[in-house]
Design a binder for this molecule. Structure first.
Ligand SMILES: Nc1nc2c(ncn2[C@@H]2O[C@H](COP(=O)(O)OP(=O)(O)OP(=O)(O)O)[C@@H](O)[C@H]2O)c(=O)[nH]1
Length: 308
């Protein structure tokens, strides 16, 4: 069983890290490289990261919880205004901010705006210069000088999130910087993205609908894993439908598995729409008499395969 906080030995380091930067600087690309799975939504279009995404990197001696905030920018409308407030509050609460810039674009008004915000908080900031694969090495120093003249950075780290250059170095520097702390998440948990919750609700909805609500409120769905294997086009989702009684298990599975297949097919189409990717959905059914007492835990995704 995975226990949270199992690793509280001295010298264990942990903390929350927020990645901010203008749209398209490569925040999602970095996060995905670090976590090794395509959890955050990547795109060439600016402003695709609408949700706060947590990617958790667990090492032997440290745990880094990354928060991918929406690109901070001058708000043009109410929603932008709201998103910026959320982002700003996040910045105050984390242990470290990674301010990511695009080496290719250089200093601009968008960065100036972010720097003004960063100056109002006390959280330490690393300047991460991304896309160094796109510039000549000679261009690096003037960039560093320009940004460093605007505010104080604890570290300045040039990387290529796409090609991986210097990413390990950056992780090492982050680790050195983090305070001693507990392991907040189980080692195998890479994200608690709200998509997980939405996916479980999509499956539950199909199950309830197709069984014609013969078993209302008796179904819970737990997402065991969401993984993209290598560079494959397909995302593999494993989920468990939990019912209270054996008879309900029979209903959900159906004759020769027909019902479960139908639930899976319908849910898969919705999940593909949600993730914008092909999905392989693997569904299991389990009987767990008192799952409802554990509902809170279910919603926290703390309920895992080896616990039932
Ligand atoms: N050449 C190069 N391209 C990169 C690098 N990192 C990211 N990109 C590209 O930059 C584009 C934007 O990357 P994203 O990771 O989606 O950027 P983002 O900052 O998360 O964007 P928003 O979600 O809009 O804030 C993509 O086409 C990436 O492939 C890099 O190190 N080098």
């Amino acid at each position: 069983m995975n226990k949270i906080n199992e690793n509280t030995s001295k010298n264990y380091k942990s903390g929350f890290i927020s990645i901010i930067g203008r749209p398209n600087v490569g925040k999602s690309t970095f996060l995905n490289r670090v976590i090794g799975q395509k959890i955050a939504i990547m795109s060439d279009k600016p402003q695709t990261t609408r949700n706060k995404v947590q990617g958790v990197l667990t090492l032997n001696d440290a745990q880094m919880i990354f928060i991918d905030t929406p690109g901070i920018h001058k708000p043009k409308h109410k929603l932008g205004d709201f998103m910026m407030k959320v982002a700003q509050n996040t910045l105050k609460e984390v242990d470290l901010v990674l301010f990511m810039i695009n080496a290719e674009e250089g200093y601009g008004r968008g960065d100036e705006f972010i720097i003004e915000k960063l100056k109002t908080i006390k959280t330490p900031v690393f300047l991460v210069i991304n896309k160094i694969d796109q510039i000549h090495p000679d261009e690096l120093m003037p960039l560093i000088e320009k940004y460093s003249s605007k505010m104080e950075f604890k570290e300045v780290v040039p990387i290529s999130a796409l090609q991986g250059n210097n990413v390990e170095t950056l992780l090492g520097q982050i680790k050195d910087f983090l305070p001693e702390g507990p392991q907040y998440y189980p080692a195998d948990q890479v994200t608690d993205h709200p998509e997980r919750f939405i996916i479980s609700e999509l499956i539950r909805e199909k199950a309830l609908h197709l069984t014609r609500e013969e078993i209302p409120h008796s179904i819970a769905v737990v997402i065991d894993s969401i993984k993209r294997e290598g560079n494959s086009e397909t995302i593999h989702v494993m989920a468990t439908v939990i019912v209270e009684r054996d008879s309900q298990k029979g209903i959900v599975i159906g004759k020769q598995g027909k019902m479960l297949k139908e639930i899976g097919q319908r849910a898969r189409l919705d999940i593909e729409n949600l993730l914008g990717s092909k999905v392989f959905l693997e569904l299991w059914v389990k009987v767990q008499k008192d799952w409802r007492n554990k509902a809170g835990q279910l919603r926290d995704y703390g309920f895992r395969e080896d616990e039932y």
